[in-house]
Design a protein around this ligand. Sequence first.
Ligand code: OFO
Length: 170
Amino acid sequence: MLSKTIQEALNAQIAMEAQSSQAYLAMASWAEIQPGLDGVTEFFYLQSDEERVHMLKLVRYINERGGFATIPALAQPIITFTSLNRVFEEFLKHEIKVSKSINDLVGMALDERDFATHNFLQWYVSEQIEEERLARTLNDKLELVGDDKSGIYLFDRDIMQHRNAAAGPQ
Ligand code: OFO
């Protein structure tokens, strides 16, 4: 059985994963209407789907452990961006925030000696390492490219390869 504190914290994490899914969906939609960003578009549609899976895992876990997973309302994410760099800066910023939240949850599970939740969260710990690494790599690459159009072309062409290379445990 989950404690009230853990249940609330896991429910807050549901909201965060859902918000991530929404944020990446908005990035995908923005990229889709820009010329020549097919790779980036695909990348964020997939990221968005993945975040929904992360949310679902939490929903199922809370209910399995005798709690009640509450489905949250969502805020509108950022929907327009002044540049591709801004999109990826936001992506990294967001992943860092999620990692911190997962770490706090892990700490809480240990404090409460809730080893089942601690164990469950390890999957998220590994996932965040991969996602943060991927976000940093992509930001570094974009910084190198600057405003060079052929560089952006190659970035867009290769982005799915970076994603596949960084794919963590599913
Ligand atoms: Fe949910 O994996 Fe990143 O945010």
